[in-house]
Design a protein around this ligand. Sequence first.
Ligand SMILES: Cc1cc2nc3c(=O)[nH]c(=O)nc-3n(C[C@H](O)[C@H](O)[C@H](O)COP(=O)(O)OP(=O)(O)OC[C@H]3O[C@@H](n4cnc5c(N)ncnc54)[C@H](O)[C@@H]3O)c2cc1C
Length: 393
Amino acid sequence: MDFTFTPEQEELARTVRAFAGRELAPRSREWDRTSEFPRDTWRQMGELGLLGLRIPAAYGGVEADFVMLGIAMEETARGDFSCTYGIQLAALAGEIIGKNGSPEVCRQFLTPVASGEAVMALALTEPSAGSDAAALQCRARRDGAEWVITGEKSGISLGMAADAAIVFARTGVERGSAKDRRGRSTSKGVSAFVVPLSTPGVARSALRDMGSHAVGRAVISFDDVRVPASHLIGEEGSGFQQVMRGFDYNRVAIALACLGTAQVSLEETMAYVRERTTFGRPLATYEGITFPIAEAATQLEAARLFSYRALWLADRGQPHTKEAAMVKWWAPKIAAETVHQCLLLHGHYGYTDELPFERRLRDVIGLEIGDGSAEIMKIIVARELMGRETLPY
Ligand SMILES: Cc1cc2nc3c(=O)[nH]c(=O)nc-3n(C[C@H](O)[C@H](O)[C@H](O)COP(=O)(O)OP(=O)(O)OC[C@H]3O[C@@H](n4cnc5c(N)ncnc54)[C@H](O)[C@@H]3O)c2cc1C
């Protein structure tokens, strides 16, 4: 057993921690207040290589391992939680397009994502298909040398800022029903397309979220949107499997972002309770104060080790679906509880937006839902432990 990072991983952790402290933390409150997308910061993240971690080197990426992706997420989240969306969505684009797109499509779309010049969203969820993503209704039909996409996507992170999106649409409807013989939604016949969001027929409207205002989410509708045939990513009808394969490690990356936010909150709180006095003594001398801190520290450390083990498995090409689902329900929950506790331990100051706790709490709650809710994660864990007969469908 070896619980240490490699020198290269240590170096990345040091670099990103310094960057997050210097460039992200001081601006995080302003981004939250204005809901302004920080495009200049995206370029800085691109220069640091944070947006190319899972993009092939031929297209400007750095081809980092999954543990390094986790480190980047954890350390970035210490400065600003919203910026971690850029890292994970660029990594997903790198996986999905890099492994399945033509060289021309990779060059066109991945190179500017790696540099931070362009932003790529991932559009899977629809107004009536979230947890049951296989029930999606968006359709694409072939018309000569083009695909024509029609449908609506909802809740898409970075949806207003993105220059392009990976869009999942049903292409197999002509040949069969969207439901199987038992009436269940089927993922068969779903394809992935890369769609420039400036294409005629695309319309977007922003959602007003409780947190992560800097990246925001949007409803994106596609009304007979035409893309070249080469924008089909991978095999026709295999889009759903492609994205699901990508989601396992991404869940761990999200868990580590939540843990990074909670950890920095806990460190700030430990410093505060040593300084702040009540009844003539520092808060840190009361067990009512130190016990919740000790409990939070224990849980964060356990979840962090578990997360890195899951990414270590991913780097070795070993199954990690169960581990990814476990940390995806657990880490955002304990992170939200920890940040809430830290807010309370700062008394009335903690309740203001002068301090970062209320913002971090709003941000972290989003990823108790995004990329699969706790209930869906537990369904996956149960399936991995006890078999498919435990599935609700
Ligand atoms: C911050 C954030 C970012 C997001 N970013 C993106 C993005 O970039 N791209 C994208 O495509 N989507 C994105 N989403 C959408 C997200 O993937 C969906 O919200 C999520 O999959 C849940 O789907 P739903 O909202 O439709 O809830 P539903 O599927 O309607 O579920 C509602 C509730 O019922 C529970 N539930 C559902 N089925 C069961 C069951 N069988 N047993 C027990 N409980 C169940 C769920 O856990 C949930 O609590 C984002 C969401 C959030 C909050």
